[in-house]
Design a protein around this ligand. Structure first.
Ligand code: ADP
Length: 254
């Protein structure tokens, strides 16, 4: 009887192991598919400006010497497509930046002047007024400063791209952390798209985004940065009535 009991226990253990193994394989497969998808998405995005550059170079070779109008158009297009490629490559590199890199370069700093300076700097380039609501002078956080600034820029740049009015930034300190929200009163995001905006290369509507020249990478980079700080980012939006992106970062335990 004891033997039967042991055999049963062994069988249970084996089933448990097989299930764990199965879960591990599934997780690995998923991350591999994600990487594959990323490489294919990235190449696809870079291919478009390359194709445009290629066709303008051909046009230049053929007509460039005799047709000043073609010469000018070709140079303008090549310049703008190559700067788009540069922008995309930088964003892809940022996405590929390793976790350790951000982890090893974190420092404890007062984030209040960093937020103020970033807003001040962007204000020079925006026609929108950026209004900061904040009651604190000092909030010390353990952050990777460059990524933190980039996170603010991504959210502010989106608010600028997708709205015409004032942008509100609110900085709140909690016992256990800090939350920063960026609110605009612009075009908003349809409910069905809200679950996807943090996905790589996702754009709500390619036609409405064409003129803003986005890449669909900004929010996925923002999400990654927040996650590298053990934080969380959420979105509240009503189509036609603006959006609020809020990220929360946990505070240093003292
Ligand atoms: P993009 O470079 O296209 O702006 P993001 O990843 O930053 O890429 O954003 C993904 C999509 O989410 C955008 O293409 C846009 O459709 C939508 N979106 C992001 N922020 C806003 C906002 N503040 N208001 C309206 N739509 C937004």
């Amino acid at each position: 009887f004891e033997k039967i009991l042991i055999m049963h226990e062994a069988k249970d253990e084996l089933t448990e192991m097989a299930m764990t193994f199965n879960r591990m394989i599934k997780r690995l497969e998923k991350s591999y598919t994600k990487q594959e998808q990323f490489v294919s998405d990235a190449s696809h995005e870079l291919k478009t400006p390359l194709t445009v550059i290629d066709s303008y170079v051909k046009l230049l070779k053929r007509w460039g010497k005799d047709r000043p109008d073609i010469l000018e158009e070709a140079i303008d297009s090549i310049a703008s497509e190559s700067s788009r490629m540069k922008y995309l490559t930088e964003q892809f590199l940022q996405l590929a930046k390793s976790e350790e890199c951000i982890e090893n370069e974190k420092n404890t700093v007062n984030i209040v002047p960093i937020v103020e300076e970033t807003i001040h700097r962007l204000q020079q380039a925006y026609k929108h007024e950026i209004h900061l609501k904040n009651e604190q002078r000092e909030i010390h956080m353990n952050i990777h400063e460059q990524s933190f600034v980039q996170l603010l820029i991504i959210l502010l740049d989106n608010a600028k791209k997708y709205s015409d009015n004032q942008i509100k930034v609110e900085l709140k300190e909690w016992k256990k952390g800090v939350s920063i929200s960026v609110t605009d009163k612009g075009i908003g995001i349809p409910f069905e798209a809200q679950a996807h905006v943090f996905d790589r290369l996702y754009r709500v509507d390619k036609t409405r985004n064409r003129k803003t020249g986005g890449s669909g990478l900004g929010l996925s980079i923002a999400k990654r940065i927040v996650e590298h700080h053990d934080g969380d980012i959420t979105l509240e939006s009503v189509e036609g009535n603006g959006s609020t992106f809020t990220f929360t970062l946990p505070k240093l335990e003292v």
